[in-house]
Design a binder for this molecule. Structure first.
Ligand code: ARG
Length: 471
């Protein structure tokens, strides 16, 4: 095992009469965090060296030595043969110092026409682009799970709520599919921001480009960017891509958190709609009977941390004069932290949904006697010529009667109904069955099984379109 400490690993020092205080050095060190970008750093450096050779700034032999050295370093880091030096300032410094140890002074030519400012901006964009690809893949999978679960429950009646009170009957499929569309917007948002960050900052130098005749398009192409950032000052100081990524993940976490809250409530005895698989629940150290939805609770909790990261990145940026300021180094814990929250949350949610046992009977039972078809009755009177306001009043009185007599609306008899309005006929009795109400709500985007099947078909079509993005 080798360490890259036998040479001073600082990239500067010529104009200083003494080194930074150990406290200052420790305070500014970022290697423990930005080490996660080592692949991007190696890759970026290889592209830069090749470009320098193609522009005759390095000789082909020099570039070859540097590229070979970097490739070997990459393999050594990957295999663990080369351990990261926790005393190095950051990953960029470490890799350059390690290259020096490996190939000698020619390593010092790598940083020609480059600054850590454009280097770190490039590494970060490459890292986030990769992170987005991974998240999209896992998000796509969760969406598939939602669709396949929903497709089995288009007729599973459940109470739809507003204000957390029973409102109108829906189906489990319709309820779950609402989340599909939230996640679809998350998918688009992430895809969209990845397109916006797909421009290379490399070649912008510290802030003002360079007088070397470099070719920015060369490195952009090598690194798979679709173009170059237009303005060198913007290139080194912009972290919009980080803010957009963190926000898009946070909003996705908010959706996961809401779904978690549903699972938490639905798995409580008061609802009893769902039993979560043992694998995603935990017991209590004192109460032997307990089975707690900890994973759902943790997803809900972690969403708070992601939201904090959104506030963090925006606050980090808001006061900075152009261009690079060291504050920007601290975008990394926010970026990585958000990713580390989002990815497992997606997987665990997919696993919870796919293994959950849905208690169809409990959902159906909860939809009875809950007055959720009162609107149907009012609509019936309107169709018979009553004004909606008057119909609303009449049905309100019927509900009041049922409450005081402890009688479910579904058990009302025709004579009881006719006592309130002569417009009621035999067919009104059919309407107050929740199954019937579900069928009747057949507007586009509505909960009737037919409409939800339509929705599912559209969702499946969208999932097929994802495939080129998510692989
Ligand atoms: N570790 C630094 C960062 O993440 C690298 C850039 C340092 N640049 C500088 N001018 N001090 O931002």
């Amino acid at each position: 095992m080798r360490r890259a400490t036998d040479k001073p690993s600082r990239m500067w020092g010529g104009r200083f009469q003494k080194p930074p205080s150990p406290e200052a050095e420790a305070f500014s060190r970022s290697i423990e965090i930005d080490a996660r970008m080592w692949r991007q750093d190696v890759w970026g450096s290889i592209a830069h060296a090749r470009m320098l050779a193609s522009c005759n700034i390095l000789t082909p032999q020099e570039a070859e030595q540097i590229v070979q050295g970097l490739l070997e370093l990459g393999q050594e880091i990957e295999s663990g043969a080369l351990q990261l030096d926790p005393g190095a300032e950051d990953i960029h410094t470490f890799i350059e110092a390690s290259l020096h140890n490996k190939i000698g002074p020619v390593a010092g030519k790598l940083h020609t026409a480059r600054s850590r400012n454009d280097q770190v901006a490039t590494d970060s964009r490459l890292w986030v682009k990769d992170a987005i690809r991974l998240i999209l893949l896992h998000l796509h999978y969760l969406q598939e799970i939602i669709v396949s679960t929903a497709s089995k429950h288009t007729k599973t009646l459940m109470p739809g709520l507003t204000h957390q009170q029973h409102a109108q009957p829906v189906s489990l499929a319709h309820h779950l599919m609402a989340y599909f569309w939230m996640f679809e917007r998350d998918f688009e948002r992430l895809w969209d921001c990845q397109k916006r960050m797909d421009y290379s900052p490399l070649g912008s130098g510290a802030l003002a480009g360079t007088s070397f005749a470099i070719n920015r398009r060369f490195t952009a192409e090598e690194l798979g960017f679709s173009g170059v950032v237009e303005n060198s000052m913007d290139a080194v100081s912009d972290r919009d891509f980080a803010a957009e990524f963190i926000f898009a993940c946070s909003l996705m976490m908010v959706h996961l958190s809401r779904l978690s809250q549903e699972l938490i409530s639905w798995s409580s005895p008061e609802f009893g709609y769902v039993t979560l698989d043992d694998a995603f629940t935990t017991g209590s150290s004192i109460m032997p009977q307990k089975k707690n939805p900890d994973i759902a609770e943790l997803i809900r909790g972690r969403s708070a941390l992601a939201i904090g990261n959104t506030a963090g990145i925006l606050s980090l940026l808001k006061g900075l004069m152009l261009t690079y300021n060291r504050d920007l180094q601290d975008d990394k814990p926010l970026l990585f932290g958000t990713f580390d929250i989002a990815l497992p949350s997606l997987d665990l949610m997919a696993a919870m949904i796919s293994t959950a046992e849905w208690n169809v009977k409990a959902m159906r039972a909860a939809s009875r006697g809950d007055f959720s078809t009162a609107t149907e009755l009012a609509d019936y009177l309107v169709q018979k010529g009553e004004t909606f306001r008057e119909a609303h009043r009449i049905v309100g009185e019927i509900v009041l009667h049922c409450i005081s007599e402890r009688q479910p609306l579904e058990k009302m008899t025709l004579p009881q109904l006719r006592k309130r309005s002569k417009l009621f006929g035999e067919d009104a009795l059919e309407l107050i069955r929740p199954e019937r109400a579900l069928m009747a709500h057949n507007t586009e985007g509505g909960p009737s099984p037919k409409r939800v099947q339509e929705q599912i078909r559209r969702a499946r079509r969208i999932l097929r379109r994802h495939e080129p993005f998510a692989d």
